[in-house]
Design a protein around this ligand. Structure first.
Ligand code: HEM
Length: 361
């Protein structure tokens, strides 16, 4: 008898909220660590085991499952392959890491971007935080980025990237806008990359891809923290980790198998869906996994626990992890007086990042 196959929708952006519903409807303890699945008809596997996820993400079995044309239009380090990725990623990590250490500066840019909304759960938290990131990395004045214009630019750019039939260039209106901001100024981020031989055009292209890749993720984490009543405590040991565990802003990481490997059942061309949502909620990895309990981290040995991968793993790991943590902590302290909602629900913010939000009714 053949093994039953889990029928899921595809991985495209338009199917994302349906995929999220399907994933959250699964019982993390009932799915097999490696479950055969079809994604909109294409064969593949759902990976909800930490060790297997690590194997897939760290040893180059798969490439990102975004279609090649769309990946090309997205540009930046995500569009590159092979050895080059490691060195570029290291340089980006260093440049973003240098910002993560300057908490006062991060604070200044976030506070200016939140403006009068400080203290109330802001609508538009995504564009506020992204505009703060842009003014910080480009070295332009805090609060100077037009947030409505930014949202419009990002939405238009994503639409072109996702549309398989649309021709598009990485050097589009959004790129030209960012390139313009870079020419007027300087920052530790820019000098760190320029010292390593990056040209401003390359930095603008990377920045464009970074803004698109990170869109909504940090806002989702902060919204969850507010809804859990812990925005003020994100600096406390493990509170942010526990928010990222229970409500990981990336609920799925997609790969397409590039080569089969001995000892693993994957075949070339198959889709692999690694789900931090399921991995973070499995009782194979966590005691009482559905409880929000920062204390649980105290019993763990130092270092990242194996069943925790909110920023991914391996060569494609999020280069902004440290920076995002600092920005989340700073923003949490600025929004600490926002009232915790009485009733909450989980939604997909920006159609991509799970977050605990005030219930609609
Ligand atoms: C709490 C906030 C964030 C979370 C949880 C998060 C999570 C992730 C994850 C899981 C990946 C890996 C995707 C994969 O393996 O395919 C990733 C990649 C990436 N993230 Fe983040 N991210 C966050 C914030 C940000 C921010 C603020 C930025 C930019 C300023 C950013 C830029 C990127 C980029 C450029 C990549 C692609 C790296 C590559 O393709 O090699 N992220 N992120």
């Amino acid at each position: 008898m053949s093994t039953p196959t889990l029928a899921l929708v595809g991985l495209s952006q338009t199917e994302r909220s349906m995929l999220f519903e399907q994933i959250t409807a699964l019982d993390p303890d009932a799915v097999a660590p490696l479950e055969r699945a079809r994604f909109g008809g294409a064969p593949g596997w759902l990976v909800s085991d930490a060790a297997l996820a690590r194997t897939v993400l760290t040893n180059g079995i798969g490439v990102k499952s975004r279609p090649a044309a769309s990946q090309f239009k997205l540009g930046g380090v995500g569009a590159r392959q092979g050895r080059e990725v490691r060195s570029l990623k290291r340089e980006l990590l260093l440049a973003l890491g240098s910002l993560a250490e300057q908490e006062d500066l991060v604070h200044k840019h976030v506070a200016a971007a939140l403006g009068a909304r400080e203290g109330v759960l802001p609508t538009g938290l995504t564009e506020a935080l992204t505009s703060a990131t842009i003014s910080l990395v480009t070295g332009t004045a805090p609060g100077s980025v037009d947030q409505t214009g930014l949202r419009n630019q990002v939405m238009q750019t994503w639409t072109l990237i996702e549309d398989a039939n649309a021709t598009g260039s990485r050097h589009d209106a959004f790129y030209i806008y960012l390139r313009g901001l870079l020419s007027a100024s300087g920052s530790t981020f820019l000098s760190s990359l320029e010292a390593r031989g990056w040209r401003r055009e390359q930095i603008a292209e990377e920045l464009r891809a970074m803004i698109l890749a990170g869109w909504g993720s940090t806002a989702a984490a902060i919204t969850s923290a507010i809804s859990l009543g812990v925005a003020a405590d994100l600096r406390g040991a493990f509170v942010l980790d526990e928010v990222l565990r229970l409500y990981p802003p990336s609920f799925m990481i997609g790969r397409t198998v590039a080569e089969s490997r001995r000892g693993l059942p994957f075949e070339r061309g198959e889709i692999l869906l690694i789900s931090p949502w399921l991995i973070h909620r499995s009782s194979r990895g966590w005691r009482a996994p559905l409880d929000f309990d920062p204390e649980r981290w105290k019993d763990r040995r130092p270092g990242t626990p194996r069943w925790f991968l909110p920023f991914g793993l391996g060569p494609r790991r999020c280069p902004a992890a440290r920076f995002a943590r600092t920005q989340a902590q700073v923003t949490g302290s600025l929004l600490c007086t926002v009232r915790r909602p009485d009733r909450t629900e989980v939604v997909l913010l920006e159609n991509r990042s799970p977050a605990l939000v005030p219930a609609a009714r």
